[in-house]
Design a protein around this ligand. Structure first.
Ligand code: ARG
Length: 578
């Protein structure tokens, strides 16, 4: 079958309207004309027009012109005006052609317009600790948005900017030594974390401990062999543990995506020199500091950012600047997206500002900090933030698995099979639970909600997917046919399949919206919508018993493909059957 070149109907309607305004010499902002999906009348309704027309004298003429112009589009069936909205009915032909295109595996993604090189900084946990609930948002959202941005055409460089440097390592290495451990000791991440928690408390309360930790960190910075070997040991165990959880959680980050703070240390002395020569960095009480005129500190004075302490050690901001410079200049990214806790937004803002003043930001490059709300416990309070007190990711997985297994045990007898199924369902539902939330909002974390089968949950989507697979299977067995032998055709015969089809053809729009705004929940809402539309279609039409079975099968095969691709982009594997 030959592909038809399809126009983007939404875009072309907006252009039509825009051009008419232009013709009448009325200046408007294109973005103000919005095409929404219509629930009551037609397929789309146009929003924003009446606001623009309000102050125009010949508004009736203009409105008529707009409607006439839209009507001329051959893919539009009908245009009607109801309650200050222009309602648009698409022709079946438009929907059918689009579905046919998608059936030929062309998902209409115009990759040529998404050509950024983007570094995505996500997950980025601190070492000497296990992954916990506080890492969920950054890790899951960052990973899925990386997949989506790549899928729509960008070059994506995924980076886990691990916290493997800084004074914390002075403390923990010192505590390590006090407890008689060295680089050869057989020690687990669990024990390392315990030492780390202990060392933090001592650092805050014990002057001597504090002093010695600082000295040790300075030695680490100065590449002392003994200290470096211990540091290496701690980092190695931590990274191994992180990679293990990434793998369990189907997070795409591998060893080569881990570029932590320690990596950038070698660039810092040169940056300090450069900033000093440019007269940006000043010496103040022995420390090296930059004053940012644009920002005020708590005392309403000019903001000062220390890059190097009196004892010669560098700070978190120095590393950040080196990483920004590296990503934009060496890796040649034109954009950095941070999935980092909102409490670090000042830090990122200031580091960017310093990099700008220093001339490290090439033209047309920029950064975006995608913040997220808090995860709350069942009492509606934030999970405690003190290190070590947080719910570990591995324990969340264990509990979800346990609960799912308890439900399935009696239904599935084969042990290997059940483990695989439980695994997939657990990881999928934990991730989907996070990804289906709008990242700007806070939400309550409850295991029972994760494994719920209601509404927009992984279980519901997975269930729909399995239903489609089994339907297709039934067809194959009954007709002794392969689905690859199906004729590529699609026609709309009733409103249920029209409803499903019109949602399916939104794939490109939704995926781009989701990727470019860093909002995986848009994609989740989309596949949830498709799943509900499929369920209605499935209940109302006896798909396998109709004489239009070929066309209907094509539609549901496409439905399953879209669900699978979307879930995979979200970092979730699908099961074909249970
Ligand atoms: N390691 C930091 C933390 O756990 C997050 C790092 C985020 N990325 C960055 N480029 N600063 O708080």
């Amino acid at each position: 079958m030959k592909n038809k070149i399809m126009i983007n109907i939404k875009e072309s309607i907006i252009n039509d309207i825009y051009n008419i305004f232009n013709l009448y010499k009325i200046n408007i902002i294109k973005k103000k004309i919005i095409l929404r999906e219509s629930k009551l009348f037609g397929d789309y309704k146009i929003d924003g027009i009446f606001n623009i027309l309000k102050n125009i004298s010949n508004k009736d003429i203009l409105l008529n012109k707009i409607i006439e112009k839209i009507k001329k589009n051959k893919f539009i069936e009908k245009v009607i005006l109801i309650n200050n909205f222009i309602n648009i009915y698409l022709s079946n032909e438009y929907i059918e052609n689009n579905i046919l295109n998608m059936l030929c595996n062309k998902f209409n993604i115009n990759k040529k317009i998404n050509t950024n090189t983007i570094v995505i900084d996500y997950s980025s946990p601190n070492m000497a600790k296990e992954l916990h609930i506080g890492h969920i948002r950054s890790t899951f959202i960052g990973d899925s948005i990386s997949n989506i941005l790549k899928f729509i055409g960008n070059k994506v460089i995924k980076v886990s900017h691990i916290g493997d440097w800084g004074i914390n390592f002075g403390m923990i290495i010192y505590e390590f030594m006090i407890n008689g451990f060295n680089e050869y000791s057989d020690i687990s991440i669990y024990d390392i974390e315990k030492l780390y928690i202990k060392s933090r408390i001592k650092y805050l309360n014990d002057k001597n401990f504090n002093k010695n930790s600082n000295i040790i960190f300075k030695k680490l910075q100065d590449k002392n062999t003994y200290i470096t070997n211990i540091w290496n040991k701690i980092i190695k165990i931590s990274i191994m543990n992180i990679l293990r959880i990434y793998k369990i959680m189907n997070i795409s980050l591998k060893l080569n995506n881990i570029i932590g703070e320690s990596y950038y240390q070698k660039f810092i002395p040169e940056i300090i020199d450069d900033l000093t020569n440019k007269n940006i960095l000043k010496e103040y009480n022995g420390s090296k500091i930059i004053f940012l005129k644009k920002f005020k500190n708590k005392e309403n004075k000019i903001m000062g950012i220390i890059l190097q302490k009196k004892d010669g050690t560098y700070l978190y901001s120095s590393t950040e600047i080196a990483s920004i410079k590296y990503r934009l200049n060496i890796l040649k990214a034109n954009k950095i997206i941070y999935y980092v806790d909102s409490r670090q937004s000042d830090h990122i803002k200031f580091s960017y500002e310093i990099s700008k003043i220093a001339g490290y930001i090439p033209k047309n490059s920029y950064i975006e900090h995608h913040i997220f709300g808090m995860i709350l416990n069942k009492d509606n309070k934030p999970f405690k933030t003190r290190d070590g007190d947080l719910l570990k990711l591995i324990d969340i997985i264990k509990e979800v698995k346990y609960k799912i297994k308890k439900d399935l045990k009696y239904k599935i007898k084969c042990k290997r099979k059940i483990n695989n199924i439980v695994n997939n369902l657990s990881i999928g539902s934990i991730k989907y639970f996070e990804l289906s939330k709008n990242r700007f909002n806070n939400y309550i974390f409850k295991i029972d909600n994760i494994i719920s089968i209601n509404k927009n949950t992984f279980f519901y989507i997975q269930y729909t997917y399995i239903r489609i697979c089994s339907l297709i299977n039934k067809y194959k067995i009954k007709n002794k046919k392969n689905i690859s032998d199906l004729k590529v055709e699609f026609k709309i015969y009733n409103k249920y399949e029209r409803d499903l089809a019109i949602n399916i053809i939104n794939f490109e729009e939704k995926i781009i919206l989701s990727g470019n705004n860093g909002l995986p929940n848009i994609l989740c809402d989309y596949i949830y919508m498709i799943s509900t539309k499929f369920s209605i279609f499935y209940e109302k039409c006896k798909i396998l018993e109709t004489n239009t079975i070929n066309s209907k099968l094509n539609l549901i095969i496409l439905t399953s493909k879209i669900i699978k691709i979307s879930l995979n982009l979200l970092g979730i594997k699908t099961l074909n059957k249970i």
